[in-house]
Every structure is written in structure tokens, then in C-alpha cells.
Design a protein around this ligand. Structure first.
Ligand code: XMP
Length: 179
């Protein structure tokens, strides 16, 4: 696996520190929220980030999984599709979407639209990474771990063809592997 990584972009200790800071920001935002919040992780890229983040959040929460098709592995231009919707009632609940990366925004535009229609009391978004090069104006994250350059990254939950999710750092994949 290591041979496929060109360079480490964000080492594990830097990720750990920032995730803990993000948890503090999120905890402050929801400090006066009664009854707990609903976390909606977007599968599967968010799994490692989710696991680390929520263990620093000191309040009650429910977790409602959502799965969106990974359109990158398929035909270019094919929009993302919802494969698994949340199964609990979100009306009047405080909802926080958790995802690995905001790139073109196509995935999170779909997710936020779908969740807004369920009439939550509030709807916010936390992303570990944002690629500033393509970040769209209409899809805004409330909590952002790192702004990164426009390179293809893997590790810490992020995959290429379902591989590399277990790499503990965030690394740049060798371009010859995906071009
Ligand atoms: P969009 O363009 O919809 O992208 O904002 C969001 C989804 O695309 C995947 N993605 C990546 N996955 N390295 C990855 O491993 C990347 O650099 C990358 N950029 C986008 C990811 O699944 C994300 O949820």
C-alpha cells in the first residue's frame, strides 16, 4: 500500500489534533441543544473521521447512515445517486452531516437537498477536507478540517476503487495509478 502513495499530505497526528479542535467547535455550536442531535455520516468515506470525531462530542446523539453512489468510479458525468436514505424521522431534529471531502459539491448538494426536505430544526455540515479549487458557492460546510489543493487523496477513510481507506495518514495517490 505504501508504495502507491506519492507523498503524505496530512500526517495522522495533525489529523488527530484538528479533529479534536473540530469537535470543540461543534460542541460549542450545539451546547444549548436539548434532546441531542442526529449525525448523518455519508458512507463510506466518512467512517474513520466519524469514529474519531464523535468520541470527542460530549452529548447525546443518534447516528443515521446515508449512502451515496461513488460516481467517480463510473461513467464521467453521471450524477451521484442516493443508495440508502436515513431511516429515522428528522422533523424538528438538529442534524449534522459528516463527510470526508467537499470537492465539486455534487454529493453534498444531493445529501443536503434530501435532508432539508425532511424539515429538520437545523441542518449543518462537517467535512474533513475541502478542495478549494472547485468548491461551489451553493454548498457550504459549517465545519471544515483542512483546505487542500486539487490532488487526489486517499487514506483516513478516503478510497480509490475501495482501497486505501485504512491508510492512517492522508496521502496523495501516485497519478499513474488513476490516470
Ligand atoms: P464531490 O465532487 O461530489 O465529491 O464533492 C465528493 C465525493 O467524491 C469523492 N472524492 C474523493 N475521494 N479522494 C478520494 O478518495 C479525493 O481526492 C476525492 N475527491 C472527491 C469522495 O467519495 C467524496 O465523498
Amino acid at each position: 500500500m505504501e508504495a502507491d502513495i506519492e507523498r503524505i499530505l496530512i500526517p495522522r497526528d495533525v489529523i488527530a489534533t484538528r479533529v479534536r479542535e473540530m469537535a470543540s467547535e461543534i460542541a460549542r455550536t450545539y451546547a444549548n441543544t436539548l434532546g441531542g442531535i442526529v449525525i448523518v455520516p455519508v458512507l463510506a468515506g466518512s467512517i474513520i473521521f466519524l469514529a474519531d470525531l464523535i468520541r470527542w462530542l460530549p452529548f447525546k446523539m443518534r447516528i443515521a447512515l446515508m449512502t451515496v453512489s461513488s460516481y467517480r468510479d463510473k461513467t464521467v458525468g453521471q450524477p451521484p445517486r442516493l443508495l440508502q436514505d436515513v431511516s429515522i424521522d428528522l422533523r424538528d431534529r438538529h442534524v449534522l452531516v459528516v463527510d470526508d471531502i467537499l470537492d465539486t459539491g455534487n454529493t453534498l448538494r444531493l445529501v443536503m437537498g434530501q435532508l432539508a426536505a425532511r424539515q429538520p430544526a437545523s441542518l449543518r455540515m462537517a467535512v474533513l477536507l475541502r478542495k478549494t479549487a472547485k468548491a461551489p458557492r451553493d454548498v457550504k460546510a459549517d465545519f471544515i478540517g483542512f483546505d487542500i489543493e486539487d490532488v487526489f487523496v486517499v487514506g483516513y477513510g478516503l478510497d480509490f476503487k475501495d482501497l486505501y481507506r485504512n491508510w492512517p495518514d492522508i496521502g496523495v495517490l501516485r497519478p499513474e495509478l488513476y490516470s
